[in-house]
Design a protein around this ligand. Structure first.
Ligand code: ZN
Ligand code: ZN
Ligand code: ZN
Ligand code: ZN
Length: 229
C-alpha cells in the first residue's frame, strides 16, 4: 500500500476526529471518555488495572492504527482474536507475538496482558508467515478502575479509511482494489465505483471493496474490517 500523509481517526467516546499523533493525548483528556469511566466506576465490582494499548501497522506505512483498552487479565489470545477480526483474518494463518520482531523471543498467547505489556513495552504481532502483516503493539499507559465494557478489550479509537484516488480517472475517490494490478503489475490498483466496472483486468475476478485494514491487497483478504465488539 502506498504511503499517504498521516491519517486521521475517530474517538469512540466523543466521535471527534483527531490526527494520529494527537489521539493518545486526546483520549487522556476526552470528557466523554471520562464520563464513561465515571459511570463504570460507579458500578459494583473491584477496580483493576486497565492497559491503554496502541496498535500500528508496520507493513502499510503506519496509516492504520487502533487505541485499545485491555483488562490486565485479558490474554494475548484475546488480543490476537481482536486483531484478526478487525483487521487481519483471511484464511486462518498462523500468528505470533514477540519481543524484538521476527527473530525475537516469541511470547505465548496464554500470557496475560498485565504481565507482558507494562507501559513502555512493545510487542510485534505477525499474522501469516508467508504474505505477512506485521503490527506493533505499544503499551502507552495504565489506569486503575473498572472496565467500561463487558469485553476483555474496548476500542477507544481507530484510523479513518486513508483516502485514495482512482488510478484511471485520478479524481474520484477509490472504493475498490484490483488484485490483478497488484500481483501482475505491482501497481496499487485502486478504482472508483465506475471504473471498477470497466477496468480491463478480470482474470483474478472482480475488484474487491477497499477495507480499512493494513491487510488489504494481501493473500485473499477481503475485509470487512469491522470490530468484533
Ligand atoms: Zn473523545
Ligand atoms: Zn490468507
Ligand atoms: Zn475512476
Ligand atoms: Zn487491475
Amino acid at each position: 500500500m502506498p504511503r499517504s500523509p498521516q491519517t486521521k481517526g475517530r474517538c469512540a467516546y466523543c466521535q471527534g476526529e483527531f490526527a494520529k499523533a494527537g489521539m493518545g493525548k486526546h483520549l487522556a483528556m476526552c470528557a466523554a471518555r471520562r464520563e464513561a469511566i465515571a459511570q463504570a466506576d460507579a458500578r459494583r465490582g473491584a477496580a483493576q488495572t486497565l492497559h491503554h494499548l496502541r496498535v500500528v501497522d508496520l507493513t502499510a506505512g503506519g496509516q492504520f492504527w487502533l487505541h485499545l483498552e485491555a483488562r490486565g487479565a485479558a490474554t494475548l489470545a484475546d488480543l490476537d482474536a481482536y486483531l484478526r477480526a478487525i483487521w487481519l483474518e483471511c484464511c486462518g494463518h498462523m500468528s505470533q507475538f514477540s519481543v524484538g520482531g521476527w527473530r525475537g523471543e516469541e511470547i505465548d498467547v496464554t500470557r496475560r496482558i498485565g504481565a507482558v505489556l507494562p507501559p513502555g513495552l512493545e510487542l510485534t504481532h505477525i499474522y501469516d508467515f508467508g504474505t505477512s502483516t506485521e503490527l506493533l503493539v505499544k503499551a502507552i499507559d495504565t489506569r486503575l478502575g473498572k472496565p467500561t465494557t463487558a469485553h476483555p478489550l474496548a476500542l477507544m479509537a481507530r484510523n479513518a479509511m486513508p483516502p485514495t484516488a482512482c488510478i484511471e480517472c485520478q479524481g474520484e475517490p477509490a472504493t475498490f482494489l484490483c488484485m490483478e494490478c497488484i500481483s501482475e503489475e505491482q501497481v496499487w490498483g485502486t478504482l472508483c465505483a465506475k471504473h471498477a466496472k470497466t477496468h480491463r483486468h478480470r482474470d483474478h475476478g472482480d475488484p474487491v471493496p477497499l477495507a480499512n485494514s493494513p491487510r488489504m491487497g494481501q493473500c485473499g483478504y477481503e475485509g470487512p474490517a469491522d470490530p468484533p465488539y
